[in-house]
Design a protein around this ligand. Sequence first.
Ligand SMILES: CC(C)(COP(=O)(O)OP(=O)(O)OC[C@H]1O[C@@H](n2cnc3c(N)ncnc32)[C@H](O)[C@@H]1OP(=O)(O)O)[C@@H](O)C(=O)NCCC(=O)NCCS
Length: 175
Amino acid sequence: MVVELVLPDLRYADSWIEAVREFGGTTMHGSGLWDLTADHASVETLAARVPVLLEQSDHATALPEGRVHSDYWWMVEDEEFVGYLAIRHQLTDLLLQEGGHIGYAVRPSRRGRGHATRALTLALGRARELGLERVLLTCEEGNTASARTIERNGGVWEDSRRGRRRYWIDLASDE
Ligand SMILES: CC(C)(COP(=O)(O)OP(=O)(O)OC[C@H]1O[C@@H](n2cnc3c(N)ncnc32)[C@H](O)[C@@H]1OP(=O)(O)O)[C@@H](O)C(=O)NCCC(=O)NCCS
């Protein structure tokens, strides 16, 4: 089976808990769970967080200053959680400079299997459905795996700012 994008769901709790422990406190890009520590990986925590993640995509949801509506997706392979991916519906100035539209992370033990590359391909289809005509992706200088993931998906390097490589992917011309 190849990786799919699914909405966050408690049915993946067991592998999600293992994954959070694997991340071991490192940033879980694209998770929307920046404040979550490995110690708090539990079914109860996930049950509380899933609805909050899901409502972030709803433009009726009021968000704190500086946050934008976002779709949170989970990468799943064979019913197992393998990674996170977020699609931000718009850019703030900070996202334009640094963060971009799409963020992702694959759990450490599942890296190097093509999951991020495939998940980003799927995410571009979702971004197109949201009406985005082009998306910005960024990665730290030296993050070869992320740079390759973006380049494999047609990312065109624009420049580097504050130590991050910035790429655009045109969605309008690639139906
Ligand atoms: C970046 C990341 C998501 C890549 O996930 P992945 O599923 O391992 O990526 P893929 O297997 O699809 O590989 C993508 C490309 O990177 C290459 N790659 C994978 N791991 C690599 C590594 N450690 N060093 C160099 N290249 C690597 C692969 O060979 C592939 O390139 P290719 O198509 O030219 O062969 C993953 O390393 C990760 O979660 N890192 C931490 C979080 C992060 O950096 N997120 C991105 C924020 S900008």
